[in-house]
Write a protein that binds this ligand. Structure first.
Ligand code: HEC
Length: 157
């Protein structure tokens, strides 16, 4: 017998709302092609790569795209690699007028690095076996992205 479809548990519904909001919050500056400093371009492009992969998973989680295990797994790998790269692409304090990075990154380097590590851990723990697993594990990664942005990225207008 096919079990009846249950309504989404409240916590899942809340997470979906959080995800929808956060997708907007993670919007790209769109300025990367105007950035003249290669080191700043590199770190922006690392972020944009992570963002595209996160968007793929967010679309699956939010029902805007069909769940596809291979695509989800590929996105997970991209997220592991791009979060792993964060410390190396930010290590040097490259500056650019179009950058949204706060200078506190380099005066609180250990804290910044540990937030990058937390994001990488959450990316590793993404479970892409099934949509239900993804729904349980994606919010944590998203929170790790936002947790660093709240402190080290200037708000965009
Ligand atoms: C350890 C800190 C940290 C973590 C973790 C982090 N970011 Fe970022 N992110 C930043 C900083 C700082 C900037 C601003 C860089 C700049 O403008 O020079 C940024 C910028 C961005 C941008 C804008 C890039 C542009 O074109 O201007 C996007 C999109 C983004 N991050 C997405 C993500 C996503 C998705 C994740 C999680 C998978 C994530 N970030 C995790 C620190 C972080």
């Amino acid at each position: 017998m096919i079990p009846p479809r249950r309504p989404l548990p409240a916590v899942t519904a809340l997470l979906l709302i959080a995800l929808a909001l956060a997708t907007a919050a993670l919007a790209q500056s769109g300025q990367i092609s105007d950035v003249a400093t290669p080191g700043v371009q590199t770190r922006m492009s690392t972020m944009n790569t992570a963002n595209t992969a996160l968007g793929t998973l967010g679309d699956m989680m939010g029902g805007r795209a069909l769940f596809d295990r291979d695509r989800a797994d590929a996105a997970r790998r991209i997220l592991i690699d791009s979060t792993r790269a964060i410390p190396s692409v930010f290590r040097k304090p490259h500056a650019d007028p179009l950058s949204n990075a706060r200078p506190e990154i380099w005066s609180n380097w250990r804290d910044f690095r540990s937030r990058a590590k937390a994001a990488q851990r959450a990316a590793r723990r993404l479970d892409t076996d099934a949509l239900t697993d993804l729904r349980l594990t994606l919010p944590k990664l998203l929170l790790a992205c936002l947790n660093c942005h709240d402190t080290y990225r200037l708000p965009m207008d």
